[in-house]
Ligand binder design. Structure first.
Ligand SMILES: Cc1cc2nc3c(=O)[nH]c(=O)nc-3n(C[C@H](O)[C@H](O)[C@H](O)COP(=O)(O)O)c2cc1C
Length: 304
């Protein structure tokens, strides 16, 4: 390995990870297809496709739209549902020798709670609670926008969840630092941020929005500087660990997030361009540590 014997391991809320590089939810399925391309057990962790209580077919119409520096998606949480995951994916996913992160979404509080109870006895490392979903009982506003709504979800989920709980924040939060603190106060063990940014594209010949739901989630390099700023602000405002996410496609990006305060990082969109980009990020970070004589990532974490 180019980087030699540096120690890339990190501790995320008591979960020991061999390195800080994780694949982001919704961009790697359950890791099966990527495992045909590279050794996914070299990763620090893998976050599953976002599950919902019931299986979902996802949205109709355009689902992915390219922009000059990222993509917009409106997948609509297509997934096998919690029971489908348990029946079809758990044997594979649960046996992986990397931090196994199960991402759970919901469209009402009861769905989250029932989903958590079904997952409670299973063997995985972290439950990542995606609160960027529309709350269908409250006019469709995403659970991650208002601090008090997010607080209630985290409090209730914490009450039943037996796994380490990392809450995945929406960058569309009204006040992301205040909301992050509320998650910590309600018992979250960690935070993952950010999810995609609400965005829009217009088909000028049809004179209509490209997406059936008008708005879609922007990810990729375009969001990196904004996500980085949010990770910096949140990491300084809480004492639980943060997984930094948003447009990471090189090891330099990953090191920036760690210096801004992230304990680990997640890579999403960049995997679509180069499926094994995460391995480049791991190797590049190790080489940088060796060159800079950094023995542990603790030395640079949150240094700015
Ligand atoms: C196609 C696609 C599907 C996604 N699905 C989910 C999901 O199911 N649950 C979730 O929490 N985040 C989901 N995300 C958000 C990513 O996990 C990540 O937070 C976001 O894309 C920002 O990282 P990136 O710029 O590296 O892609 C999805 C993103 C994309 C591009």
């Amino acid at each position: 390995m180019r980087g030699g014997a540096v120690d890339l391991s990190v501790d995320f809320a008591g979960i020991k990870m061999k390195n800080p590089v994780v694949l982001a939810s919704g961009t790697c399925g359950f890791g099966r297809e990527l495992a045909e391309r590279f050794d996914v057990e070299k990763l620090g962790g893998l976050a599953s496709k976002g599950l919902t209580l019931k299986a979902r077919d996802g949205n109709s119409g355009v689902r992915i739209w390219e922009t000059p520096s990222g993509i917009m998606n409106s997948i609509g949480l297509e997934n096998p549902g919690v029971k489908g995951f348990i029946e079809k994916e758990l044997d594979w996913f649960g046996s992986l020798n990397t931090a196994r992160i199960v991402n759970l979404g919901g469209h009402c509080l009861d769905d989250y709670l029932e989903g958590v109870s079904l997952l409670n006895d299973l063997d995985f490392d972290i439950l990542e609670l995606n609160i960027s979903c529309p709350n269908v009982k409250q006019g469709g506003m995403n659970f991650g926008v208002k601090t008090e709504v997010a607080r209630e979800v985290v409090r209730r989920v914490r009450g039943v969840c037996r796994h380490r709980l990392s809450v995945k924040l929406s960058p569309n939060a009204e006040d992301i630092v205040e909301l992050a603190r509320a998650c910590e106060e309600e018992g979250a063990d960690g935070l993952s941020l950010t999810n995609t940014f609400l965005a829009m594209a217009v088909d000028i010949y049809r004179r209509r929005p490209v997406f059936e739901n008008t708005y879609a989630g922007l990810s990729g390099p375009a969001i990196k500087p904004i996500s980085l700023r949010m990770v910096h602000q949140v990491a300084r405002g809480v004492s639980i660990p943060v997984m930094g996410i948003g447009g990471i496609s090189t090891w330099q990006d990953a090191v920036e997030f760690i210096m801004a305060g992230a304990t680990a990082v997640q890579i999403g969109t960049a995997t679509f361009i180069k499926p094994d980009v995460a391995l480049d990020v791991i190797e590049g970070t190790a080489a940088f540590m060796k060159e800079e004589r950094i023995e542990s990532l603790e030395e640079i974490r949150g240094s700015i």
